[in-house]
Write a protein that binds this ligand. Structure first.
Ligand SMILES: C[S@@+](CC[C@H](N)C(=O)[O-])C[C@H]1O[C@@H](n2cnc3c(N)ncnc32)[C@H](O)[C@@H]1O
Length: 219
């Protein structure tokens, strides 16, 4: 059944157990994790936040570089996979939180003032980008770094299901403007990875993935 909600938790719940088995996703997560680690703040972040952590493909690579990591996702199934890994690998510093960050007030439960916020392939699932960047800004400490990986503007054929409500990637200049409107400075972009996959029309297509980094300035 088509679900027109933006936060389609059932879709991710049903994919969770097979998520890590997809080689395209694993290669993407590996490339993004390496790019994020390369852009960690000079000093080790003490209080990091990841939004849309999924099964933890990126989280568990970045966590050892942080004091502690709060890993947030709206899908119980995806978080369940991450929780299993945390237990099996005895990961000491990752706390998972089941939250839909697009809901007004949801982030008030997050607490804390994060000095590093990162994410991979989740921004395109959040309906109001400008409001969401403002929310992240308000939960960060001055001098904190933001690192967001997501699709460059795409043809709308990346996702297999045409009924899925998503942004079709992001234009870098437009996203930079939104980051600056939210208050961030030192915005820069690099290409972290190139996804080669069959699109919804069955054609092999290339989808670049950017890493946007930005800093919450000291006022
Ligand atoms: C494409 S997956 C990426 C997962 C993971 N970052 C990775 O690279 O494997 C997007 C994730 O964002 C989560 N998500 C989507 N909308 C969300 C929201 N509003 N709040 C929190 N998590 C959300 C989904 O449940 C899913 O786990």
């Amino acid at each position: 059944m088509a679900d027109n909600n933006w936060t389609d938790t059932q879709r991710f719940d049903s994919k969770a157990s097979q998520w890590d088995a997809n080689a395209v996703r694993a290669a993407l997560a590996d490339a993004v994790a390496r790019a994020i680690i390369a852009h960690l703040p000079v000093s080790r972040p003490e209080n990091a936040l990841e939004f849309g952590c999924g099964t933890g493909l990126v989280s568990l690579r970045v966590a050892p570089r942080c004091g502690r990591l709060t890993a947030v996702d709206s899908s119980e199934g995806m978080l369940g996979m991450l929780n299993e890994k945390i237990t099996a690998e005895n990961v000491p510093n990752v706390e998972t939180r089941l939250l839909d960050l697009s809901l007004a007030g949801a982030a008030s439960n997050l607490g804390g003032s994060f000095d590093f916020v990162f994410s991979s392939m989740t921004l395109h699932h959040i309906p109001d980008t400008a409001a969401f960047l403002g929310l992240l800004y308000s939960h960060m400490s001055a001098g904190g770094t933001l690192a967001i990986a997501d699709l460059d503007a795409e043809d709308g054929l990346f996702h297999d299901d045409a009924t899925e409500n998503v942004h079709h990637g992001f234009d870098r200049q437009a996203l930079q403007a939104l980051l600056e409107q939210a208050g961030f400075g030192s915005v820069s972009f690099l290409t972290a990875h190139l996804i080669e996959k069959k699109n919804r029309e069955g054609q092999i297509a290339s989808y670049p993935v950017f890493l946007a980094t930005a800093v919450k300035p000291h006022i």
